[in-house]
Design a binder for this molecule. Structure first.
Ligand SMILES: *Cc1c(COP(=O)(O)O)cnc(C)c1O
Ligand SMILES: [Zn+2]
Length: 412
């Protein structure tokens, strides 16, 4: 445990706990917990210049701001060197949508090809520190493949509960790295419930998003990287939202930078949800913090949730930064996937491409201005869901018979 970690605060009732007192949610009301740090001490001890110029570009070089680090950091392993995903300037997308600056923060370049690696790494660090042997998670596919990837080469075994609809690519990743996989005949939310019960019964460490307070602490490292890579805070960050843990992580990361005196403001944070997974969007429209379960029907697996497990912190990320939520249709995500692939050269899965679809809508409605600088957070690679890519392009492979007059069928 990092000595700068003071404890955890319940996001519902505000009760605070010493790190040794709690494992998952608040014992009083099951609210999610948020890690608390001694920012003054961090600011005093942390040399900002050293952090920025450090040769180590893994997330572990932010150690003073993390709840846990690896016992034996080995930069020659995926777990040890994870982080510093590329930030690309997408000039063709800028001219296409008419915006001053658009950057792609491409987390599909992390070891398992999704943003989930930041969270899994932090959970694994804590599991190793506490001597756990088995980590379990519910997942729509990426948390699963991420946990399996990063547990490989450690003594930890990963046990996964996914809905049956999980894309094959994500399952293949999970299986090849040696995890045990249970496909639940039901939704992600059903898988979530089963994973919780199995963890309780067998004493496995539960990585599931929302209830595990370490995932947000890993995810916040993307905000630090954006700040370091750009050299300043952008005007807007656009984030795909399922459970709401990525968006709450980015919010936390930017607030941390202010708390230690590096940055003086946070960007507006815009959350993008699927029209067919509307629970969080409805709660945001309604104005409070009450989130009701709505069955999801979106085919964008990464953001297909009925009840967002970090929804309250997601609402706060948007409201406290002056952002908005934007809804996009499944078709708009597929179109965005094609556009980002063709104009920026980045192959990204539907949930991840939702950010670009959301940017287009936010520009149309005026919540993002043309003169602004925007970072689109990409969250998962396109090869994970090949079926979606083929749907996005339609059927365009032309079969030719080399024995026949094939040349006549070829055109530029
Ligand atoms: C998990 C995921 C998201 C959403 O993250 P949450 O923390 O659930 O909001 C977005 N895109 C992809 C590809 C994901 O796997
Ligand atoms: Zn509480």
């Amino acid at each position: 445990m990092n000595a700068n970690l003071l404890g955890f605060r319940c996001t519902l009732c505000g009760a605070t706990y010493h790190p040794s007192e709690v494992q998952y949610t608040c014992p009083l009301d099951r609210g999610n917990l948020d890690a608390l740090y001694d920012y003054e001490k961090i600011a005093r001890c942390l040399d900002p210049y050293a952090m920025i110029t450090s040769a180590d570009r893994s997330i572990w070089h932010y150690a003073p701001l993390l709840p846990e680090t690896l016992p034996e950091p080995n930069p020659a392993t995926p777990l040890g060197r994870l982080g510093w995903s590329p930030l690309y300037r997408a000039t063709r997308l800028e001219s296409r949508v008419g915006i001053h600056a658009a950057w792609l923060k491409d987390d599909s370049r992390l070891p398992s090809s999704s943003f989930k690696d930041r969270a899994s790494a932090m959970v694994i660090a804590h599991a190793l520190a506490t001597g756990a042997r088995t980590i379990c998670t519910a997942s729509t596919g990426n948390a699963a493949s991420s946990l399996a990837t990063l547990c490989a080469g450690t003594n930890l075994h990963a046990i996964i509960f996914v809905p049956q609809s999980t894309p094959e690519g994500k399952l293949a990743q999970t299986l090849i790295h040696g995890a045990s996989v249970y496909a639940v005949q039901g939704s992600y939310d059903d898988a979530f419930e089963l994973a919780s019960q199995a963890c309780y019964k067998y004493g496995w460490y539960n990585r599931s998003t929302g209830i595990n307070p370490y995932t947000r602490e890993g995810k916040k490292t993307a905000a630090y990287e954006i700040y370091q890579q750009l050299g300043h805070i952008p005007d807007v960050v656009v984030v795909p939202v399922g459970d709401g843990n990525i968006i709450s992580g980015l919010h936390k990361g930017f607030r941390d930078l202010c708390a230690i005196g590096h940055a003086t403001r946070v960007p507006r944070i815009i959350g993008v949800t699927a029209e067919l997974a509307p629970a969080l969007y409805r709660a945001w429209k309604a104005g409070g913090e009450i989130i009701e379960t709505v069955p999801s029907r979106t085919t964008a697996s990464g953001i297909s949730v009925d009840l967002p497990r970090d929804g309250i912190m997601a609402l706060r990320a948007v409201r406290e930064t002056g952002g908005v939520f934007v809804e996009v249709s499944d078709q708009e995500m597929l179109d965005a996937m094609r556009t980002v692939a063709r104009e920026a050269g980045v192959f990204t899965e539907p949930a991840s491409a939702s950010g670009y679809a959301g940017l287009v809508k936010a520009l149309q409605s005026g919540v993002i201005q043309k003169g602004e600088e925007v970072v689109l957070q990409l969250t998962g690679g396109g090869l994970k869901d090949v079926g979606a890519a083929l749907t996005a392009v339609g059927s365009c492979v032309i079969t030719i018979d080399p024995q026949k007059d094939w040349m006549a069928q070829i055109s530029e």
